[in-house]
Design a protein around this ligand. Structure first.
Ligand SMILES: Nc1ncnc2c1ncn2[C@@H]1O[C@H](COP(=O)(O)OP(=O)(O)OP(=O)(O)O)[C@@H](O)[C@H]1O
Ligand SMILES: [Mg+2]
Length: 427
């Protein structure tokens, strides 16, 4: 099998590899009309999985599909406008939705071909405000539910909107902000229930919804969505992906080379597998060769994957943490990761105790207790719990943090939390 390299954006069709079992499971949920919350750590291929699912559903023809990205939404009204605008290819539904927009209706109905999407969005958005978004939202979803074929509504990056609404720019959860989130989720939940069987929702996001709702005490609001965890590829699949990429670019990657690549990554996040292949391919091109050796893998891993390229990727992980944890919680997370990195990838139970002393939960300077920080780090796939300790899941992430903050490997595994504390200047 041949596979075309991915950029860093989502993939579908001939760039989409494997995930047959996941597609089958999601197809079954769609057939059964079950709403899904897709969860996974960053870059695992959530958006790609949903896009590919919708592509196959479109091909098959029993469902109408809509993909909505809420990354740019700042309010419930923005979200409704975004869902509304994505219905524009469904002629009847679009007309019905627009007829709810009073005097702009003719303009909107006629302008779909002539006005750019951005202009159309602005016009649509002008008819929705903080007072009527629920009513307008109900109209949009009712119109969708009345479509001839049932609709699969995929909403990506809802957690980013929820997080924004909940914490604002100062990362403080206020009563007012919590109420807004509660209203948005109640609205979604109500519509999910009312239109069960006509609209099947799939939620996903680059940051996880569950820890955010937990911070706000609103976890129950998501319980109409059955969680579906997208796991990393196993080693056999990652090796098969490398082989398919190699075949397409006429490269020879001997089995021990593929295995070595996978062992270094330890956790086979599809994006990391793709990045590793691309870096190796570029390296071979530069040196005018087509066959990779173990030495090539070592060089590319240390210089590219852990080097500039890796640090660029690490920024994405960083930004997700900052967004969820806020300034103070992020600072704690950095210390946790830094300490685990220099301690051979392990955060020991006694170190967690020290964090508790340094960052007490109720301290007004730090609204995020260490338990919540660890929960986010665990949920987002950085660390896995093992008894009373935590360990880095991915060899690559461990390497990144060690390179960036650890200043090289810890000279001895017996280095104490106390000495790390001094060396790294904990606050
Ligand atoms: N099934 C797949 N086949 C091949 N490559 C994949 C697959 N899934 C993901 N990838 C690789 O991972 C990259 C990221 O994919 P995608 O954007 O779907 O992940 P994501 O989990 O939505 O990321 P984020 O957490 O940033 O939202 C893609 O550019 C591609 O390189
Ligand atoms: Mg995504």
């Amino acid at each position: 099998m041949k596979l075309v390299k991915a950029g860093s954006n989502w993939v579908a069709g001939d760039r989409f590899f494997n995930r047959d079992a996941e597609i089958e499971a999601l197809m079954e949920r769609v057939q059964d009309g079950r709403h899904t919350l897709l969860t996974a750590q960053r870059r695992m291929g959530k958006t790609s999985l949903v896009r590919e699912l919708l592509r196959r559903l479109d091909e098959e023809g029993s469902f109408e599909t809509i993909f909505v990205d809420l990354e740019g939404a700042f309010s419930p009204a923005d979200a409704i406008a975004e869902i509304g605008i994505q219905t524009r290819s469904m002629q009847k539904t679009w007309s019905r939705i627009m007829s709810g927009f009073g005097n702009v209706v003719h303009e909107l109905r006629d302008s779909v071909d002539t006005v750019g999407i951005a202009d159309l969005w602005v016009k649509l958005r002008a008819g929705i405000d903080a007072g009527n978004w629920r009513q307008k939202g109900d109209e949009v979803l009712t119109a969708l539910a009345e479509n001839e074929r049932p609709v699969v509504l995929a909403i990506d990056e809802l957690p980013i909107l929820v997080n924004r609404l909940l914490k604002g720019d100062d990362y403080r959860i206020t009563v007012e902000r919590r109420r807004t989130v509660d209203e948005l989720l109640s609205w979604l939940r109500k519509n999910g229930q009312v239109h069960q069987g006509r609209i099947c929702m799939i939620l996903s996001g680059s940051v996880s919804l569950e820890p955010i709702l937990r911070q706000a005490g609103l976890s129950a609001q998501a319980n109409i969505f059955s969680p579906f965890e997208l796991k990393p590829w196993d080693e056999r699949t990652a090796v098969a992906c490398l082989a398919a990429l190699a075949e397409n670019y006429d490269l020879t990657l001997p089995p021990e080379v593929c295995r070595n690549m996978c062992q270094r990554l330890r956790c086979h996040v599809p994006h990391h597998v793709q990045q590793f292949f691309d870096s190796l391919h570029e390296h071979l091109r530069r040196t005018g060769r087509r066959r990779a050796s173990l030495e090539d893998v070592e060089k590319v891993y240390n210089e590219e994957m852990l080097g500039v390229r890796g640090q660029v990727d690490l920024e994405h992980y960083d930004s997700g943490l900052k967004m969820i944890l806020g300034r103070e919680g992020y600072r704690t997370a950095l210390e946790v990761l830094k300490l685990a990195a220099i301690e051979d990838g392990v955060l020991r139970g006694d170190c967690i105790g020290r964090f508790r002393e340094h960052f007490p939960a109720a301290d007004e300077g730090d609204p995020i207790p260490i338990e919540d920080v660890l929960h986010v780090l665990e949920h987002d796939g950085y660390l896995a719990r093992q008894g009373d300790r935590y360990r880095f899941v991915s060899g690559l992430l461990e390497g990144w943090w060690r390179t960036r903050y650890g200043g090289g490997r810890a000279s001895s595994p017996s280095i104490s939390a106390g000495s790390a504390h001094k060396a790294e200047q904990w606050p």
